[in-house]
Ligand binder design. Structure first.
Ligand SMILES: Nc1nc2c(ncn2[C@@H]2O[C@H](COP(=O)(O)OP(=O)(O)OP(=O)(O)O)[C@@H](O)[C@H]2O)c(=O)[nH]1
Ligand SMILES: [Zn+2]
Length: 355
């Protein structure tokens, strides 16, 4: 295995599995379009598609390769053939826009997720909470990147606001005008590591990546800063930055679905408070001995944050129920106490007897 593959993130975690595929080569997916995967391999770039058997065995979107995946391929004269996707270390997904609960794979095998948000008109603390939940849920470590500091007059106050919802998460402030914050960003990108950039369209992800690459590889948006421009990133692409690690650029996510997110990490404060509530099924409404409501009264927790948490919880719950379709869970959800379930069962039995 040559050094480039190591820089690309092919470490012992993956190599252990690679050994089982004698006669096949390993590659990392750098982009995909209409079933054709672009791979980086120790023999350079090549195109590939999945085998018929692969397609036959696949049961859903999660089985297919995505950007960042390491795959085992067989070389042929035309497109190489992908036979296997190596086990993933992490996986960033998003819910498809619209009604379906089908997940869309964004990127795999990421070590860190840079959540980018601009300090001017894109700034939204509730959205940051969503991004954090999704990032923690992927298995990668989130880092917050606040861009366009030059367009913001109260950076301090906004940092303060961010720090309240991002316990244990590093925050970097950047500006393309004076290259502020670019060096710290580089420090998060040692060779062999993979970073994915997420955040709304126009916040400056491509600008930041181009600065890291030291060249204009990605087209940046028009000179407007009003987030209404039409030209937005549509690709998802993986780049190996020489001397540094791997970067994955993702499209601006307009609607970030919440799919069984791990709320305990991004809302660890509420989670802690919940443990102190008198009742362990406390809904934090008007129950006696509710530590969450007490914290709101004491001004330690904002009501908005609790609402945001409860909204995410409901959404995550709904997605879970829908995905798994567990009848028992559903009953529990519909009737939140046992007595009601019993009454319901009795009624069902009686009804059946009448038949
Ligand atoms: N003033 C200022 N403008 C910036 C900064 N960073 C980026 N911009 C500008 O913001 C616009 C959008 O930047 P992009 O890098 O294309 O944004 P993006 O996040 O990649 O957007 P998508 O490709 O749509 O996802 C461009 O006009 C940039 O020049 C910054 O720190 N300060
Ligand atoms: Zn409570």
């Amino acid at each position: 295995m040559n050094n480039e593959m190591k820089d690309l993130g092919l470490n012992d975690f993956f190599l252990k599995e690679v050994k089982h595929f004698e006669g096949l080569h390993v590659g990392r997916v750098s982009s995909l379009s209409k079933g054709i995967y672009k791979l980086i391999t120790d023999q350079g770039e090549l195109k590939a598609e999945v085998s018929g058997k692969f397609r036959y065995k696949a049961t859903g979107a999660r089985n297919y390769p995505t950007v960042g995946d390491f795959v085992m391929i067989k070389r042929t004269d035309g497109n190489s053939i992908i036979h296997h996707v190596l086990s993933r270390k992490s996986l960033l997904v998003r819910k498809e826009a619209g009604m379906t609960q089908e997940t869309q794979l964004i990127a795999a095998n990421i070590d860190k997720i840079f959540i980018c948000m601009s300090l001017n008109n894109d700034f939204n603390i509730r959205r940051m909470e969503r991004y954090l939940s999704i990032a923690w849920d992927s298995g990668a470590i989130p880092v917050i990147v606040l861009t366009k500091a030059d367009l913001c007059e109260n950076v301090e106050a906004m940092l303060e606001e961010v720090s309240r919802i991002s316990i244990g998460v590093d925050v970097i402030v950047t500006s393309s005008v004076d290259n502020e914050g670019y060096e710290p960003v580089k420090n998060y990108l040692p060779s062999g590591q993979t970073v994915a950039f997420i955040g709304s369209s126009g916040v400056g992800k491509s600008t930041l990546i181009n600065a890291l690459l030291g060249q204009e590889l990605i087209e940046t948006r028009d000179l407007r800063n009003d987030e209404k421009g039409k030209h937005t990133t549509t690709r998802r692409e993986l780049f190996l930055i020489s001397g540094l690690g791997v970067v994955i650029d993702t499209p601006g996510m307009r609607e970030l679905g919440v799919h069984s997110v791990d709320l305990s990490k991004s809302f660890s404060d509420i989670d802690e408070l919940t443990k102190q509530c008198k009742f362990n099924n406390c809904q934090h409404k008007s129950e006696p001995g509710c530590a969450v409501q007490q914290a709101i009264t004491d001004g330690e927790l904002s009501n908005k944050r609790l609402q945001s948490y409860q909204k995410l919880e409901r959404e995550a719950r709904r997605a879970e129920l829908k995905a798994e379709g567990r009848e028992k869970e559903r009953l529990k959800y519909m009737f939140d106490n046992l007595r009601q379930i019993k009454r319901f069962r009795k009624a069902v039995k009686a009804k059946n007897r009448r038949r």
